[in-house]
Ligand binder design. Structure first.
Ligand code: ADP
Ligand code: MG
Length: 616
């Protein structure tokens, strides 16, 4: 038998590698921008056509490449950034794996133009399918321009897998934003289909953040700044009032690299504990610098995840630094230097950190008084508005008593026995409804009683109501007297733009206002005005949670989110009339017995069952 193992040809090996590094246009954008930053550019321009599906081009004024390097750059594992294994532990550049350009050349039609300052002429290279088609000297400015056309032109399966332009654009904006935030000293611009989307002059960190997140942040950032022997942390957290219902503006950079870390995110959240509502997310842009030997960034091909040598120290450090910053912001108006000194003296903000020291910060009296004050303020406003909302929504109808007017009640399917028989029940008119724990409604029927879960029942009612309007006539909109503007992070803005037509069908009249902002012209008639912003932010956040769920259409997801969002909550006290309308409306639903996600909305307890329980 002949031997059967063969080495893969380069172009195939590169295509396989590309699968990890270049998943979508945004991944290529990230790699190209990072290469430009690594090359020491002070100006980086990104050009996008068709959400990167047709063209992605990055032009920089960095150090450029020699003729040989320009050719070498496209070989796999070709890098100028590490030479030996020790280098892997002192990485200061964004790239180091030498895979990006090889991967890009394997799945797109690439043109490179590059020139170093010391060279008379630059180099032009055309390459596709990992094959060099052309290489010649050319006139060029100092720096590098790489353009890649028709991404995945030779891998149709991957090309077909790309999402809508709006979705791909959202990913691109996200990556662009992250790189731009990491390098405020570099000028960045971005054009999409010939229109300038970002124009970010070089400046301070704060200027860059405000340029990207929006000028409403200007006065609302609290600066974080702690230096220790082990690491430094700096950047900004949003004041508690900037917390949003949607997890938009949360950024961690470690040694200038954007990273995802649920663990560190948790540390920031707990620092905000009790200063913001439970279901909202603080905004932050935090930079951590530490000795590269303390982290391993080589755990993931796209380098968005890293391992810390000591995670617990990181956690305690981040949490304490944010708490410290928030505490200073809170007491600043009183300028009480003794208090200030007290914080400074906290173990948890001096160096270095250990896990048990982190408790010192959270249990300090200072933090407690501080958080309680804010908590009381915050919760009061919130609950009131929900209550008011609910009452307006369920404006009690004029009483029209009489047994025959009562809703007909179907037995929930889960409770039906195998010899299924649809029964009709009547909620007894003269028996008052009883609310238990502000969550359950007990309604007597002619053959027992129902235990209705108020939130789940309401979710079903709203789901059907929104469903009808989304597929039939548009939901009633109340025009805002004073249209509210909404400013979002780039990726959220792209998502919202994508949803506008569907939002309109359920009553949200939202118009783009340029620069990632929107004007809310009208909201569904049953959303409390004054709550417009919140409700849209919440909707975006919930939608994002849903968005991996491909079995639902966009519209279906929206309707489900809306129903969940607008449903009255458990814990809310209801009047007799409100309970009655809720129960009546529930039983006019097509499927009153379950929520859209399949939880029961009520349970039925029959008299004969109750009798049996008591041995009667
Ligand atoms: P890595 O960034 O991991 O080294 P890449 O495949 O992204 O790998 O790039 C390969 C090499 O090409 C880099 O190490 C660098 O020397 C060179 N290079 C890439 N892009 C540029 C650029 N914009 N300017 C100058 N050199 C570049
Ligand atoms: Mg690179």
């Amino acid at each position: 038998m002949a031997d059967i193992i063969q080495l893969l040809p380069d172009n195939i090996a590169n295509q396989i590698a590309a699968g990890e590094v270049i998943q979508r246009p945004a991944s290529a954008v990230k790699e190209l921008l990072e290469n430009a930053a690594d090359a020491g550019a002070t100006e980086i321009k990104l050009f996008i056509t068709d959400a990167g599906k047709a063209l992605i081009q990055v032009i920089d004024n960095g150090k450029g490449m020699s003729e040989t390097d320009a050719r070498m750059a496209f070989e796999r594992h070709a890098t100028s950034k590490i030479r030996n294994i020790e280098d892997l532990f002192r990485i200061k550049t964004m790239g180091f794996r030498g895979e990006a350009l090889a991967s890009i050349a394997a799945v797109a039609q690439v043109e490179l133009k590059t020139k170093r300052a010391e060279d008379e002429l630059g180099t032009y290279i055309e390459i596709e399918n990992s094959q060099v088609l052309k290489q010649e000297p050319c006139a060029s400015a100092v720096g590098t321009s790489i353009s890649m056309k028709n991404l995945f032109f030779n891998v149709p399966a991957r090309r077909n897998f790309l999402k809508s332009n709006a979705a791909e654009m959202r990913h691109i904006v996200e990556e662009f934003t992250r790189v731009a935030m990491a390098f405020p000293a570099i000028f960045f611009s971005m054009q999409s289909n010939g229109q300038e989307v970002f124009h970010l002059e070089a400046g301070s960190l704060k200027q860059r953040i405000v340029q990207i997140l929006g000028s409403t942040y200007n006065a609302k950032l609290v600066s974080v700044n702690e230096e220790t022997d082990y690491m430094n942390i700096y950047g900004f957290v949003g004041k508690p009032e900037t917390a949003r219902k949607t997890r938009g503006d949360q950024y961690f950079f470690v040694n200038n690299r954007y990273i995802k870390s649920a663990y560190l995110n948790h540390a920031v959240n707990t620092a905000f504990d009790e200063m913001i509502a439970k279901d909202s997310f603080p905004s932050y842009v935090l930079y951590i610098d530490l000795d590269p030997s303390q982290i391993d960034i080589n755990v993931h091909p796209t380098k968005q995840e890293i391992k810390f040598e000591d995670e617990k120290i990181m956690y305690a450090f981040v949490q304490a630094a944010v708490k410290h910053a928030l505490a200073q912001f809170s007491i600043a108006p009183s300028l009480d230097f003794t208090l200030n000194a007290e914080i400074q003296g906290l173990d948890a903000v001096s160096k270095p950190f250990t896990t048990d020291k982190k408790d010192a910060a959270s249990s300090s009296n200072l933090f407690k008084t501080f958080t309680q004050k804010n908590q009381a303020h915050f919760i009061e406003g919130n609950e009131r508005s929900e209550l008011k909302h609910w009452k307006e929504f369920y404006t009690p109808q004029p009483p029209e008593g009489g047994v025959e007017k009562r809703a007909e009640i179907h037995v929930p399917q889960q409770l039906q026995t195998s010899n299924y028989k649809l029964q009709t029940l009547h909620v007894l008119p003269d028996t008052p409804l009883l609310q238990l724990h502000n969550t359950y409604i007990i309604a007597s029927t002619n053959s027992g009683f129902l235990l209705v879960h108020q939130q789940l029942a309401h979710e079903r009612i709203l789901y059907e109501r929104y469903g009808i309007s989304a597929h039939g006539q548009q939901m009633a909109t109340q025009q805002s007297l004073f249209p509210v503007t909404l400013e979002l992070a780039g990726s959220d803005a792209a998502l919202l733009s994508d949803l506008l037509p569907d939002l309109l069908t359920i009553g949200y009249q939202v118009e783009p206002f340029g620069n990632n902002s929107f004007v809310i012209q009208g909201i569904p008639a049953d959303v409390l005005s004054g709550n417009e912003k919140n409700s849209i932010e919440l909707l975006i956040e919930q939608f994002k949670h849903f968005s991996s769920d491909i079995k639902f259409s966009k519209r279906e997801k929206l309707i489900r989110c809306m129903a969940r969002q607008q449903a009255i909550k458990a814990g809310q006290s209801l009047t007799q009339k409100e309970m009655l309308v809720l129960v009546e409306e529930l039983f006019t639903c097509g499927s009153p017995n379950v929520t859209p996600t399949g939880s029961p909305t009520y349970l039925e307890f029959k008299e004969d069952y109750l009798d049996r329980m008591f041995g009667r």
